[in-house]
Structure formats: C-alpha cells, structure tokens
Write a protein that binds this ligand. Structure first.
Ligand code: NAD
Length: 468
C-alpha cells in the first residue's frame, strides 16, 4: 500500500461515498465513506474489546508496534504526501505535504522516547506513595482540515502508547488523508485498536457523547470545542481541547527588519495561514514599521503559489470555499475601512481553485475584524504602535491565547516582554514551531490540556496512586 493509487483504492467508500475535490483545480480526488451512528457504535465496541489485550502488552511492546507503524509511514510517505497535496492543498515543497508526512513518523518515534517510569511522590520512611498512569480505555480523536495527518498522529500516538484504543473522526473536508493514514498504521497494529469513522459534525457529536468513550482529544474551532465541553459533561469525559487562536507578534524597536522577515513570513503564511498557531496579527514599532512592511512585502512577492504538485510552488490554495469567503470578506472590510494594502487583497474569484493572493494590510485599526477575529488564511494585518505597554495590552485583549511571539535583537528584553503575554507558547524571533518534546496547548478560550512531551503523554492516562 505504498503508492498513491493503492492508498486511494484501500479506502472503501461504500455506495454513498462523498466526493472530495482538489482545492487547487476542482478535480475529483476520491470518495470518502459516510458512516452512520450504527457504524460508529460498532467501531467503539470493537475498539473497547481490542483495548483490553493492547493495554496488557508491556510499554516496550506497544512502542515496538508504534516504531513499526512509523516505518510503515516512512515507506508510504511519498504517496501520503501526494494525497495531502491533492486533498488539503498544501504543496510538496516548503513546509508542505512532505514535511507533514515526515512529521507523522517523527512524532510516533519521539512519543515512544519519553521516559514514563513510576514516580515516587513520598518516601520518608513512614509513607511510600508512587504514581503510575493507567490507560483510560477508548479515546476519541477528532480533527480539523488544516494539518489532517499530522494532527491525527498528535492525538493517536500518545493515546496508543498509554494503552488506549482510539476511534478517529477526521474532518469532512480532508477525510481521505486520514483514512489512508489509518490504513497504513493498521497494516502494523493489532486488529481493532485503531478505528476510524468518517462523516460530518453529527458523527463527531455522537462520538463525544458515547458512553464507552473515556476521553476526547479535540482539535478544531473554539465554537465546536465549547459544544464538546458541554455534551461530554454528562458522562464526565476527560478532554484535551486544542482550539482556535489569534496569535499576536510584537516587533520591538531594536529588531532587524531584514533578519526577521523570513521568520515573520513563514510564521504568518505557513499552510496559507491555515494553522492554529500561525501569526495572525502583527504589532510593529513605529520606528521600524515601514522597513518591516517593505521587507515582508519584498519577500512575499517572491513566493510562488500554484498547484502543489508542481515542485516550484511553496504555497497552494486555501482548502475550501468557506475559508476562502471568510478571508475574502475580512480583507474586503479592511480595504473598505481605508487600511493600506501592501500586497494582494484582490483574488480572482472566477478562477478555478481557491487561490487567495498573499495579502499584507498596513495602517489598520487595532479593532478591525481582520485584527480581532481569527482569519485562518493568507492575510496579515500589521498594526503600528509607539508604546510597548499598549502593544502588550492589545496582544492580551482577546479571549483566545494559543501562541504569540516577540521579535528583538535583545533576547533578554524579548523574554521579559514574553512573560507579560497571555498565551500558551511565546516564541522569540520565530513563530509557530512545534516540537514533540515540548508541551503545547492554549489558555483562555484556545482550550485546555497540553499535547506533546511527557505532560502530553500522561494526559492520555489516569493517574493511580499506590500508597503503602
Ligand atoms: P471545526 O471545529 O469546524 O471542526 C473540527 C472537527 O470537529 C471536524 O472533524 C468536525 O467534523 C468536528 N465537529 C463539528 N461539530 C462537532 C460536534 N458538535 N461535536 C464533535 N465534533 C464536531 O474546526 P475546523 O474548521 O476543521 O478547524 C479550524 C479551526 O481549528 C481553527 O479555529 C483553528 O485555529 C483550529 N485549530 C486548532 C489547533 C490547535 O492545536 N489549537 C490546531 C489546528 C486547528
């Protein structure tokens, strides 16, 4: 199952499969099954019964399976990358589909490398108490359409290592990639421990209320996360909620505009801005505002955009019409408000594919919807500031707090500013990079719980104390 054709053929869409189209061309990519609630119930039952034997394996044996699953992903990586490009839109090149397919095996391997030994909390001669983490049971993994393969692996790798079985529900926009990924993993894993059901939000909702599901790993919008928090409450499910963000970047007056331009660019435009922790609003000190705008504009002009199968392109289309329209409306409103368009701003709405030109908007009001709402697309508002405290206040003014960044030639100064920002991660002189060893998660309405690292791993277990 290592070629593109084999991956697609392995997906059984049944008689009522949903057509999935290439966002760059509108061409048919394949059909995804539309599972029913009865299918979902069968998947949860199968996962629950397979979980028992899986949990009785040693940690080393489970990691052996996961390492071999990583090998299987590596063998299928070129085909998986092609499917990601054709379904999701991100190109092979740049931080695109090859990067995403490669990250899947890396994440599996690193998740197995975290040390999970028993923790002794008290050992004073009188009391001896230790903590171990037991599996939860069946974990639901519900994901979005922006990084469909990578985010699915983020959810299932720690869940499986901790001895859980997993039922995956991919986004209805990018189900084929995740269906193929699960096929690849299941070529190695014991039967039953990894299940997938494909469908829209109603299938996701049924999963999050299923009595046999013990934990929901959810990555998606804040609105859906809120619904899941409510609906899963009846059975007190554990939750990790990785939700929306509107990350601010603050450029201090001592930053070097030329040196930071590339980091700012990819921080904002990776995956066409359709990244949870992308740089979504930039605050630049007045003294270097024009220089930063010029450097960013010159760089952005050189970035080739087109169908991702063409290796020369580093940017592709927006993934779907809904997101294209959200970005289009916000940019139109910004132009109407008198903000200055440095680049882009005017898509060809009649052309095939959801291509939206890279858009940089200067001299925009700090309260404009393009600044205060999550655009999740290739349009960056750049706000001018003179007072750093005001810029920090602006960065903290929203009800979300996923990531943020500070840009400066003085790392100590940048760190001092970083401590004043309300976000789960603050990067210095970069934005949005994640690492399987470093916990990642949001605060405020960007969600709760963390993924990655030992903290992410243990959140897929339940702590058990042995006292005595
Ligand atoms: P979305 O919330 O619309 O959908 C996400 C998933 O939830 C889909 O699989 C969908 O079918 C499912 N779903 C919809 N309604 C549901 C319900 N009632 N119960 C259960 N599941 C339901 O999000 P999206 O548009 O796919 O993704 C974009 C959003 O995700 C952005 O806001 C982005 O910032 C966020 N995101 C966050 C992270 C993070 O790590 N924090 C990562 C990627 C994306």
């Amino acid at each position: 199952m290592n070629t593109y054709e084999e991956l697609l053929t392995a997906i059984d869409a049944g008689d009522n499969g949903r057509p999935i189209y290439d966002p760059a061309t509108g061409d048919l990519v394949g059909h995804a099954p539309q599972h029913s609630v009865a299918d979902l119930n069968a998947a949860v039952d199968a996962a629950a019964s397979a979980q028992k034997a899986w949990s009785l394996l040693s940690d080393a044996d489970r990691c052996d399976y996961l390492q071999r699953a990583a090998d299987a992903i590596d063998a299928a990586a070129p085909a998986l990358a092609e499917l990601i490009t054709r379904e999701q839109g991100k190109p092979y090149s740049g931080p695109g589909s090859r990067f995403e397919a490669g990250a899947c095996s890396t994440w599996l391997r690193v998740t197995c490398s975290h040390d999970l030994s028993e923790e002794t909390v008290v050992d004073d001669g009188e009391t001896h108490a230790v903590i171990n983490y037991r599996p939860i049971g069946v974990v639901a993994a519900i994901g979005p359409w922006n990084w469909p393969a990578m985010i699915t692996i983020w959810q299932i790798a720690p869940a499986l290592r901790m001895g859980n079985a997993v039922v995956v529900k991919p986004s209805e926009y990018t189900p084929l990639t995740v269906l193929a990924l699960v096929k690849i993993l299941n070529s190695v894993l014991p039967e039953g421990v990894l299940q997938i059901v494909s469908g829209d939000g109603s299938i996701g909702a049924a999963l999050t209320t299923h009595e046999k599901v013990g934990k929901v790993m959810f990555t998606g919008s804040t609105a859906t996360g809120r619904r899941i928090a409510e609906s899963s409450g009846a059975s007190v499910k554990r939750l990790t909620l990785e939700l929306g963000g509107n990350d601010a970047g603050i450029v201090l007056p001592d930053a070097d505009p030329k040196a930071i331009a590339e980091g700012l660019f990819w921080g904002a435009f990776i995956n066409m801005g359709q990244t949870c922790a992308a740089l979504k609003r930039l605050y630049v000190h007045d003294s270097i505002y024009d220089a930063v705008c010029t450097e960013l504009t010159e760089l952005a002009k050189q970035m080739p955009m087109g169908h991702g199968i063409d290796e020369t392109n580093v940017l592709g289309p927006v993934q779907n019409k809904m997101q294209f329209d959200i970005v289009d409306n916000l940019v139109t409103a910004a132009k109407d408000s008198g903000a200055r368009v440095l680049l882009g701003g005017e898509p060809d709405r009649d052309a095939p594919g959801y291509f939206f030109p890279l858009t940089l908007i200067a001299d925009i009001s700090p309260d404009h919807p393009l600044v205060v709402q999550e655009q999740f697309g290739p349009a960056l508002p750049i706000v001018r500031y003179t007072d750093l405290d005001w810029a920090i206040e602006q960065a903290n003014s929203l009800d979300v707090g996923l990531g943020a960044s500070v840009w400066s030639s003085d790392r100590d100064k940048a760190r001092e500013v970083a401590t004043q920002i309300e976000a789960g991660t603050i990067w210095i002189n970069s934005h949005g990079g994640v690492d399987p060893r470093i916990p990642f998660g949001g605060i405020k309405q960007s969600g709760y719980g963390v993924e990655f690292g030992v903290a992410g791993l243990t959140s897929l277990g339940v702590p058990q104390v042995i006292n005595g």
